[in-house]
Design a binder for this molecule. Sequence first.
Ligand SMILES: CC(C)(COP(=O)(O)OP(=O)(O)OC[C@H]1O[C@@H](n2cnc3c(N)ncnc32)[C@H](O)[C@@H]1OP(=O)(O)O)[C@@H](O)C(=O)NCCC(=O)NCCS
Length: 162
Amino acid sequence: MTRSSAATLKLRRPRITDIPRLVEIERAAFAAGYYREHRLTAADFEMLLRRDETFFLVAESRRLVVGDLVGDLSLSKAKRLARLDSIAVDPEWGARRIGSRLARRFLAHAHRLGYRGVTLEVAVPNRGAQRFFSGLGFRRPRRLAKYYNGRVDGLRMTYKFR
Ligand SMILES: CC(C)(COP(=O)(O)OP(=O)(O)OC[C@H]1O[C@@H](n2cnc3c(N)ncnc32)[C@H](O)[C@@H]1OP(=O)(O)O)[C@@H](O)C(=O)NCCC(=O)NCCS
C-alpha cells in the first residue's frame, strides 16, 4: 500500500485531540537547531485553536494527521497582507504534494477575503522550503539579518494576487 495519495488526503480544521501529533510533527519537520525556539508548542497550538484570526488547517490521511498550516489573517491590515506563519509536513510524508495542497488552500482563502497577498519568513539555510515556496509563486525575497535565534538570517517572501 502506498503511504498516501491525493485521494486519501483530507484537509480539515484541527481539534484539541490533534495537538500531541502536531507537536510531534513540529519536532520532526523543524529538526534544525535554529528552528528550535520557533517550533510551536502544545500551548501555542491550544491558543491558536481559540483565536478567530488564525487560519489553521491539518492534512489527514486515513485518520493520521500528516501536516498542518497556520496562517494569520490579522497582520499588516494596511497593506492587506496575510501571513503564512507555519507549514509543516511529517518528513515521512514529504514530496507527496501535501504541503502544496495546504498552502494553496490558504492562498485561496486569503484571496477570497480580499488580501493583496501573503507574506512569510523562512530561514536562509532552509533551501528546500525556499524552493517549495518559489514553486508556489512566492517572490521578492528580502533578507532579515539574524532573524532566527539571533544567529541565522531569514528571508521574507511574498505572494501577490493579481
Ligand atoms: C516545506 C514543506 C512544507 C513542503 O511540503 P511537501 O508536502 O513535502 O511539499 P510538496 O510535495 O507539496 O512539494 C511541492 C514542490 O516543492 C518543492 N519542494 C518541496 N520540498 C522540497 C525540498 N525539501 N527540497 C527541494 N524542493 C522541495 C518541490 O519542487 C516540489 O515539487 P516536485 O517534487 O514536483 O518538484 C515540508 O518539506 C516541510 O514540512 N518542511 C519542514 C518545515 C519547513 O521548512 N516549513 C517551511 C518554513 S515555515
